[in-house]
Design a protein around this ligand. Sequence first.
Ligand code: SAH
Length: 464
Amino acid sequence: MSHYPIFADLNRRPVLLAGAGHVAERKAESLLQAGAKLQVVAEKLNPQFQQWLDEGTIEWLGQDFQAAYLEHVFLVVAATDNHALNRNIYQAAEARGKFCNTVDNLDLCSFIVPAVIDRSPIKIAVSSGGTSPVLARQWRQKIETLIPQHTGKMAALAGAWRPRVKAAIGKLSERRRFWETLFAGRFDTFVAQGRLNDAEAEFNTQLAGWQSKQGEVALVGAGPGDAGLLTVHALQAMQAADVVLYDALVSDEIRALIRKDADKICVGKRAGLHQVQQEETNRLLVRYAQQGKRVVRLKGGDPFVFGRGGEEAQELAQAGIPFRIIPGITAALGATAYAGIPLTHRDCAQTALFITGHCRTDGQDLHWQTLARGRQTLVVYMGTIKAAEIAGQLIAHGRAADTPAAVISNGTLARQSVQTGLLRDLPAMAAVAPRPALMVIGEVVALRDELKWFADHQAVPLNA
Ligand code: SAH
C-alpha cells in the first residue's frame, strides 16, 4: 500500500480526539499547533488536558464515545489505551467516510502522520508508510541537520513579495529563475544573519535589474544506470530544468530524479535507425532554448562518448545557444568496475581502447592491427550484433583466440549480468546477452574471478 501525501489545512476545523492521556497529549499538541478545534472524548483528563479545558483551548464532549460525534469533524484520532474502543471508533469513522488515525495500529488507520522537519512555513514530511516510524524519525534527524534554520524566514519573505515579482516578471519560467538566483546569492546570507533590511534592499536591486535571459542547454551524462553514479552537477541540472530530453538508455531510477514539473521528452533510440530522430532532437534543443527555457539533454553514460553529444553541441554552438557539458561515467568505466574487471593492470594491460561496433567493420573505420595487439583491453560499445565479425577480425589480425572476453549487460543496474569466456566464444555470448551490452576483450577479464564483488542478477548460460 502506498500512501498519498497531503498537507491538510486544519485551521479552525473540528477534529475528534479520543483519549486524554500521555499519548493523546502528543497528538493534541501538534493538532493544536495546526489550529485545529479539538473535541475530546475521554474518561478522564490528564493535567495538561485539564489546563487546556480551563483555558478554553479544547472542548470536552464527554466520557463515552458516540458515533454522532463524528458528524461534523474532519479528522478522527483514536488514542485511548482501550484497543476495542479504538477499533469501534475507527470502524465508525470508516462508515462515515472520515479519516481516522489510531495510535500505534496501522490496521486501524486511514491516514498516518509523518515525521516532520518544521521550518515554517516550510515543512518536510518523512514517512515510511507505517512500516518503520523509527527509520522515518532517523531520516528526519538527518534532514534536520541539512536544512538551515532561516529557510522558513526566506519562504515567509518570498511569500510576502511574490505578488511584486509576479507583476514585474511575466513568464513563469523567468520568475522561477529570478527566485533561484535570489536565493543562491547574498540574499540568503542576509536572511541567515537576520539583516532583513539588507535582504529587502538586495531583493529590490535584483528585481529592478532583472533582465530576461536566454535559455541554455546542459548536455548531461547520466552515467551507466545506477543513480548513485550521477554527479552532483548532473543532479542539480536535472532538478533545475524546464525541459528534459532523454535517451532510451537513461534508467527509470534516474528519470525519477528529474524535477517533477519539468517536461520530459524521450528522444532516444537504441543503435540503428536514428538519423531522422537525431536531427529532430537537435531542432528541439535549439527551439526550447530559444524560448528561454533551461534545457537538459540527458544522455546515457558520458555525452561525449559515442553518444552524438559532440554533434549536438556543434548544433548549439552554430545556433549561438549557451551550453555546458556535464560529463558522466561512461559505460566502459561503470560496467567494468561493477563487473570486477579493471581496465588496466600493471601485469597485463597498459592500454585500454574504447571502440564502437556501430560502424564499418571492414577495415575502413577500424585499424585492426592496432586493436588486435596483446596486453591491452578493448572495450566495444554497440557491438553485440557484430560480435562475430569483430572476433573474427581480431583473431585474423593476431589476437589469440583464447584471450579472455566478457559481455556485460545492463552494467551497474540491479539487473546487471556478466558472461565471461574466450574471444572465440564472443559471438555465442553476445547472441544471448540482454541489451544494452558491452564487450570487453583482454587479459584483464580473467581478474574477475578474484575481483567480482557486485551480485549479478542472473548468469546467462553459455550455449543457451
Ligand atoms: N554515451 C554512452 C554510450 C552510448 S552508446 C556512454 O558513455 O556510456 C550505447 C552503448 O553503450 C550500448 O550499445 C552499450 O554498448 C553501451 N552501454 C550503455 N550503457 C550500458 C550499460 N549499463 N551496460 C552495458 N553497456 C552499456
